[in-house]
Write a protein that binds this ligand. Sequence first.
Ligand code: ISE
Length: 334
Amino acid sequence: MTLRLAIIGAGIMGADHARIVAEELPGAALQVICDASAERAKAVAEAHGAADMATDPEAVIARKDVDAVLIASPDETHAPLSLACIAAGKPVLCEKPLSSSPAACVEVMEAEMAAGRRLVQLGFMRRFDPSYAEMRAARGPGGIGRALMMHNFHRNVDSPGSWFTGPMAITNSASHEFDVIRFVLGTDYVSVSAFQPERSDDMVAPVVMVLETADGQLATIEINNNAAYGYDVRGELVGEAGSVMMSAPVYATYNSQLAHAERYAADWRRRYAEAYRLQNRAFLDFAATGRPSEIAASAWDGYAAAVAGEAGVAALRSGQRAAVAMMAKPDFYS
Ligand code: ISE
C-alpha cells in the first residue's frame, strides 16, 4: 500500500524531504506540500510531483487522503503540529527540535501516551549516520573499552539568519549533539557548562559546552555557526582502550597548485544524505507497521534534548555549571 504523505513547511528542509520522498522512497507518495507561502508550496509541489499544495497545516493534517505527516516548518510550530497529528491519529516525522521548552515536549509525550500508541518520530537524523553507529558499536570489551569522553565539533558556514542567536546555537544546532551523544553513550547528562569566546565583529560567536554524564563521562561540544569555510562536523569517542574518530564521507580529492585537498559540503544536506534517507525509510516502516524504529528518536529524546538545551542556555547566561534534571522516563518510551 502506498503511504500518502503531507509535508508541512517548504523551506530548505521541507524541499529536501520532498526530494527524498519523490526520488528515494518507493512506497510513499507526496500527497500535499503545505507552506504559509502558497508560492513556495507550489514550487516544491511542482518540482517533486506532489498531488496537491496547501497553506493551512491543521486542515492538511485532518485530510482523509493524508496517512502520515512530515513536519519541517519553523521550530516553534513543531510541538503544536505534532499535537495535531497525534489528535488525528497520524504518524508524524517531526524535524528537530521538538521544542526548546521541556514543558512543551512533556505535553506531546502526554498526548502520545493518552493516544495509547507511538505516533511521533523525531528528526534527529544523525542516529542513522554510519559513523555514530560505529562509535556506539565500538564501546566495550573487544572494542575501545569503556567510553570516557566524546568530542564533537559542529560548524556551519554561516548562521541561517539574522534571527539566529547564541542561545539558538544551543537549542537548535546543539540539539543534534545533545541527542547523538546520549545515543552513542547510552546515558543521560547531569550537568552542562557553556562558554563563548569573543568575536571581533557582531556575528554570533562559537559556543563551547562541557557535559558530564550520569556514568561519569565527559562530552565536549563546539557549535560554530559562522565558521566561514564549510559545513564541518567532527567527532571522536575516546574509550579506555582506544578511540573511534569520525570520517566524513568524501568522494574526491583535488590535486592542484601544489596542494592536495578535499572539499567541504556547503551544508548538512549533502553530509547527511544517507542518514536522511535511512531515517525517512525508517519512518515509512513505522507509519506502515505502527512499530517504532529502534534507532530513531522519540518524543522522549526530544524532551531530553530540550532539558539539556535549557540547562545549556542557563549555563551560558550565568557562567555557572547548570544541572540537567530530567523527569523519570515513562515506561511507554522504554
Ligand atoms: C540546522 O538547523 C540543522 O538542523 C542542521 O542539521 C545543523 O547541522 C545546523 O547546524 C542547524 O542549524
